[in-house]
Design a protein around this ligand. Structure first.
Ligand SMILES: *[C@@H]1O[C@H](CO)[C@@H](O)[C@H](O)[C@H]1NC(C)=O
Ligand SMILES: *[C@@H]1O[C@H](CO)[C@@H](O)[C@H](O)[C@H]1NC(C)=O
Ligand SMILES: *[C@@H]1O[C@H](CO)[C@@H](O)[C@H](O)[C@H]1NC(C)=O
Ligand SMILES: *[C@@H]1O[C@H](CO)[C@@H](O)[C@H](O)[C@H]1NC(C)=O
Ligand SMILES: [Fe+2]
Length: 653
């Protein structure tokens, strides 16, 4: 880590301390202060590698002997939304401090704040005296010595995977390492055939089970071209067109740095069309497009999806849940190296597994863009093969929302100035309240899933508490037996180091949702944030309320079966999407912790009818089920009296 990384951290601490002092005077805000910043399980994971490039100190030192060239110049000629680009470069005095960075837009004069190297003051050493203060971070970078011949010959080549992110691109060759960058050569410009093309469609369930939202990104504002989705039920002759809305955000929407500074990048336009009156379990095809003023159409990719099962309907239904994925890496770019080491593996597994699940809940810490907004395009590109086929439901995590003094429950700045704006614009959620409070419920046949927002207050009396009470109550358990709560931070049970140390009531004000889970017989509570896998027994107030009826076979091939009345909620931590794995607290396992694993992977729930639900934790690496259990029960088991949640009744008859 550079010394540069240390200073802001010290500053942040000072700001946090000042904030604490201020908050103590304000009763309403006191809770936020007490909450503190519990998010930082390990400081390293908050350091977006792009932030380690000291672009503010960058100088322009064009060197006639240094050359960088990128090819091909025209990308996506056949409508592709990503393309490999080979960069070759040569410099007279190669060092291990030489690096190559991808910028967009390609106009580096503009990137350098209009400052031309000719107009800058050159000192005796031939250096431009004033740092150029590059106001824009690159999108990707690699050290030049990734090319084996570079150190010996001064020439090398390497390939980058580019996605269509609007605008054109150029590469810069820098010397001086990350701390003292000097731009010595700029490449030719390269561009996608249509930089504005509609890209990366992603689905989400709508407010009604029979609605599907289709969201995508383009370079077309509403006055340039009209966005729509063309779709039809499989086997139907006639396609329908449904108009989409158009949203964007600007630098002014960001709450701090680097999101409103060197990390800012124009997001283009985000479009959402809501397809309505879908038939359950029927297959649909759709295609995104924009109609130009002359009536011609710019088409995006087409894809297919299956209609959501209606509430209470018994049919094969499978749901995937995980948190904390981030970005994978396919081209060796340093901005991703080791940042979320398991993301690519999880994405690859989810693509392979596509025929075997129907919906995804990614419960917070989505891209870890951390204020480097171009990374959000990379994230939507990464998940598009999945999210264009099954609804991709998101929850808000600390890396999306947490930002100083912006109305969130926690202090800290884990969103690095984003304060939820990119995530909440790029993904559609069926929220029924003011958009920035990301809690909602969705029905999927035998399942009802209530998604909480741990970045806003959830204690009794808060709007979120009221919402969750209603959300759980809305499940018709006769027909829709499986009630799931999902949220980012573990509001229930985890024996990760930090949570174990803080005791079982670690999150602020304790497990204040416990009485709701108990009252409504919530079957399962799934959390992210902690980067490991852990499962509890059905638990209430630290005590197991049921044990499996049949013990697992010694060879692990038959899962534990909970049958009848469970009397408590099973808590699962699955922050295993890709961010660096974490261990567990040492010492004895708490009695409620029945399974643990340190693997990248995801939870999969499967049910076909009202009496049986299978739970699996699937390892990304090989698709193996490394943990699982089964719940078997009938409706009367849901109605049964359990501790602290007996309905009042009279003995009269
Ligand atoms: C890079 O490759 C192009 C052809 O793709 C070639 O014309 C150019 O001379 C090469 N430049 C360097 C610096 O190797
Ligand atoms: C890229 O560099 C390797 C050596 O690192 C060399 O063998 C190869 O020919 C180069 N390819 C191009 C297209 O320049
Ligand atoms: C594991 O045990 C179960 C029941 O004890 C048995 O049916 C199964 O064949 C065993 N599987 C393997 C791979 O040995
Ligand atoms: C995770 O589960 C797999 C499969 O049962 C096992 O081989 C592995 O040792 C477990 N790893 C950890 C760290 O618990
Ligand atoms: Fe988190």
């Amino acid at each position: 880590m550079t010394s540069r990384g240390v200073l802001p951290a010290a500053l942040l601490l000072a700001v946090a301390a000042a904030a604490l002092l201020l908050y103590t005077a304000l009763p309403a805000a006191a809770a936020a202060a007490v909450a503190g910043d519990h998010s930082t399980l390990d400081k390293d994971e908050n350091i977006q590698p792009l932030s380690t490039l000291n672009m503010a100190a960058a100088r322009v030192m064009m060197d006639a002997g240094s050359v960088i060239h990128a090819s091909p110049e025209l990308l996506g000629a056949n409508g592709e939304d990503s393309a490999w680009v080979t960069v070759n470069f040569t410099t007279p005095a190669p060092t291990d401090g030489h690096w190559i960075a991808l910028f967009s837009p390609a106009n580096l004069d503009l990137i350098m704040g209009g400052k031309q190297s000719s107009s800058s003051k050159i000192n005796a050493a031939g250096e431009d005296e004033a740092p150029t203060g590059l106001p824009m971070a690159p999108i990707k970078y690699k050290f030049a010595n990734i090319s084996p011949s570079f150190m010996s010959s001064g020439s090398g080549n390497t390939s980058f995977l580019l996605i269509n992110q609007r605008y054109d691109y150029a590469f810069g060759l820098f010397s001086g390492g990350k701390d003292n960058p000097k731009l010595v050569a700029v490449s030719n410009k390269i561009a996608f055939a249509n930089p504005k093309a509609p890209v990366f469609p992603r689905l989400a369930q709508g407010k009604e089970w029979s609605e599907m939202a289709v969201t995508w990104t383009s370079g077309y504002n509403i006055d340039e071209a009209y966005p729509f989705v063309e779709w039809r039920m499989k086997g139907e002759e006639n396609a329908k067109r449904t108009p989409a809305d158009t949203l964007t955000y600007t630098r002014g929407h960001m709450c701090g740095k680097p999101a409103n500074a060197e990390g800012y990048r124009d997001p283009g336009f985000i479009h959402t069309a809501i397809l309505k009156n879908l038939w359950p379990n029927r297959d649909y095809s759709y295609q995104i497009g924009h109609e130009l003023p002359d009536g011609s159409i710019v088409w995006g990719k087409s894809s297919t999806f299956r209609g959501t099962p209606s509430p209470g309907q018994a049919s094969l239904q499978r749901i995937v849940i995980f948190g904390d994925m981030g970005l994978g890496q396919t081209d060796g770019s340093n901005e991703l190296a080791g940042f979320q080491p398991g993301a690519q593996s999880t994405v690859d597994r989810l693509i392979t597994d596509l025929p075997n699940y129907d919906a995804i809940f990614h419960i917070g810490d989505l891209s870890y863009a951390n204020g480097y907004l171009a990374q959000w395009d990379q994230f939507t590109a990464q998940i598009s093969p999945i999210a264009s086929r099954v609804p991709y439901m998101v929850a808000s995590g600390n890396h999306e929302r947490t930002s100083h003094d912006t109305g969130g429950f926690y202090s800290g700045d884990d969103s690095h100035g984003e304060c939820g704006v990119p995530a909440e614009t790029l993904f559609s959620t069926p929220t029924v309240n003011a958009g920035q409070r990301l809690w909602y419920g969705v029905d999927r046949g035998l399942f009802r899933v209530c998604v909480g927002d741990t970045e806003h207050d959830w204690r009794p009396g808060s709007p979120q508490y009221e919402f969750l009470d209603g959300c759980f109550a809305a499940a018709d358990r006769k027909h829709q037996p499986w009630l799931v709560f999902a949220a980012h931070r573990p509001l229930g049970y985890s024996s990760n180091g930090f949570y174990a140390k803080e005791g079982s009531f670690s999150e602020p004000m304790g497990r204040t949702l416990q009485n709701l889970w108990q009252k409504h017989r919530v079957d399962l509570a799934v959390f992210g944030h902690v980067h490991n896998y852990e499962r509890t027994c059905p638990v209430y107030e630290n005590t197991c309320t049921a044990s499996p009826g049949s013990s697992p076979a010694a060879n692990g091939s038959s899962p534990a079966v909970y049958s009848g009345v469970m009397g408590g909620t099973i808590h699962v931590v699955a922050g295993t999407g890709g961010a660096r794995l974490r261990g567990f607290a040492g010492g004895e396992w708490p009695q409620w912790s029945v399974a643990r694993n340190e693997s990248y992977g995801y939870v999969k729930l499967t049910s076909r009818d009202q009496s049986r639900m299978e739970f699996e934790f699937v390892r990304s690496e090989d698709g193996q089920v490394v943990d699982g259990f089964v719940i078997e029960r009938e409706y009367k088991d849901v109605l049964a009296c359990i501790v602290d949640a007996c309905e009042p009744h009279s003995l009269a008859n």
